[in-house]
Design a protein around this ligand. Structure first.
Ligand code: ADP
Length: 400
């Protein structure tokens, strides 16, 4: 970038050092920038400031905008600076734009002085920084230099933030890979165990040297039947989660009465697990646009989790409507989930450490979350060790 020869007084240098100190602070980059521009404004007057980012397709979008004084209304819409941002990016240097008719001071907002600066990150154009002064004064060479330095400092801040984002992303991937490895270990174990039973009991039944009485045959066949179901469920879960992950699972939406759906799911769960104690408090009424099969699957998962992780616990399900939303709670008074593990339970393959193998694969709640999200809803959990676990589900009643 071209540098201009200007003399700068000590006060300005002190302020710039202060801006640099603020920029060097850790924390959210937009908040840091808010603080930095307060200092900057003591030596560099402007009405609006905006930072634009050029995405890989070449589109320019505002990532930060602040207005002070006369241009306050412009904050919500920083479209005013897009053109000069593009020009500065194309020219790869500072661009100044003066109003055509400087004598007319009647309409300050029409009388805008713009300064656009390209922002570079590791030598590559990232976007542009634009300052605007409504009704002047013009940007002097000294102020242009200050703006250039500010632009370089802001670019460093954005760069640091991008690196932090990438690190977060990598951490997520690392966690995902670890979970995937655990998952492979669990699934190979969980596939082999039922398969071992099926093979073992079938071979035993087929032995030509032994005649099994009817009762024993039935017992062995029942085991084979149950283990086949377990295997089928496991395979189905793995496939389902892969389909949800790749977003190839189609939802079939139609009007559904939630209270009826929950009641039916509870009756089914009760038939399946006779020992379950379920209390329902369901507000009747509104209909939601939903895929009833998938939504029922969410409740089946929650019931089966209670059986697995909170055996003997009482279940309470409530349904209420508030603010165009159906709010459901699904609570148990089981052992609960440690707060250190709670934030991860909806992640794919995540299982709270120490769970016995054969009880699950860490896919159930991931599948629940994907299904609820496909309904434009939210699912989350709260838990207290020794008190129990409560799942919350919210689904909008009216949907696009
Ligand atoms: P899994 O296939 O292991 O059951 P989920 O995704 O359904 O996977 O659940 C993730 C983890 O959350 C489980 O491993 C279990 O430790 C914990 N969990 C789920 N529901 C409950 C519950 N009602 N009470 C206690 N822990 C639970």
């Amino acid at each position: 970038m071209k540098r201009m020869q200007v003399s700068v007084d000590d006060k300005i240098i002190d302020r710039l050092i202060e801006v640099n100190e603020v920029i060097s602070q850790a924390g959210d980059w937009k908040q840091t920038l808010n603080q930095a521009i307060i200092v900057l404004r003591k030596i560099f007057i402007y009405d609006n400031l905006a930072i634009y980012r050029r995405d890989p397709s070449g589109l320019i979008e505002v990532v930060y905008a602040r207005s002070v004084g006369r241009g306050l209304a412009a904050e919500a819409d920083a479209a005013w600076g897009e053109e000069i941002a593009s020009q500065a990016l194309a020219a790869r240097q500072m661009v100044l734009k003066e109003p055509k008719d400087r004598t007319s001071t009647d309409d300050r907002l029409a009388n805008a002085h713009l300064l656009g600066l390209p922002l570079f990150i590791e030598g590559n154009p990232y976007g542009a920084l634009v300052f605007i002064r409504f009704g002047g004064p013009v940007f002097t060479p000294e102020q242009s230099s200050i703006a250039q330095l500010a632009g370089q400092l802001f670019a460093q801040l954005i760069h640091r933030n991008l690196i932090l984002d990438k690190m977060e992303h990598l951490k997520g991937l690392e966690q995902q890979m670890r979970l995937q490895e655990d998952f492979v270990a669990t699934v190979s174990h969980d596939l082999r165990t039922p398969l071992g039973f099926i093979k073992g009991y079938t071979t035993t039944l087929l032995r030509s040297d032994t005649d099994w009485d009817a009762a024993t045959q039935r017992e062995f066949l029942t085991i084979i039947d149950e283990e086949t179901d377990r295997l089928a469920e496991l395979i189905e879960n793995v496939l389902e989660s892969a389909r949800l992950q790749s977003q190839t699972l189609r939802m079939n939406f139609h009007p559904v009465r939630l209270d009826a759906l929950i009641r039916e799911a509870a009756v089914r769960a009760q038939t399946h697990y006779r020992s379950l104690r379920i209390k329902l408090d369901l507000e009747e009424g509104s209909v939601v646009e939903a895929d009833n099969v998938r939504l029922a699957q969410v409740f089946e998962n929650l019931f089966s989790n209670t059986i697995k992780y909170a055996p003997g616990a009482r279940i309470q399900i409530t349904l209420h409507y508030k603010d165009d939303c159906a709010a459901i709670t699904f609570s148990d008074n089981g052992p609960g989930i440690d707060k250190d593990f709670l934030p991860f339970i909806f992640e794919r393959f995540y299982r709270v450490p120490g769970q016995a193998s054969g009880t699950g694969t860490g896919l159930g709640l991931f599948i629940c979350k994907q299904i609820i999200q496909a309904h434009h809803g939210k699912i989350w959990a709260e838990s207290e060790l020794g008190e129990g676990t409560r799942f919350f589900i919210e689904i909008p009643v009216t949907q696009a």
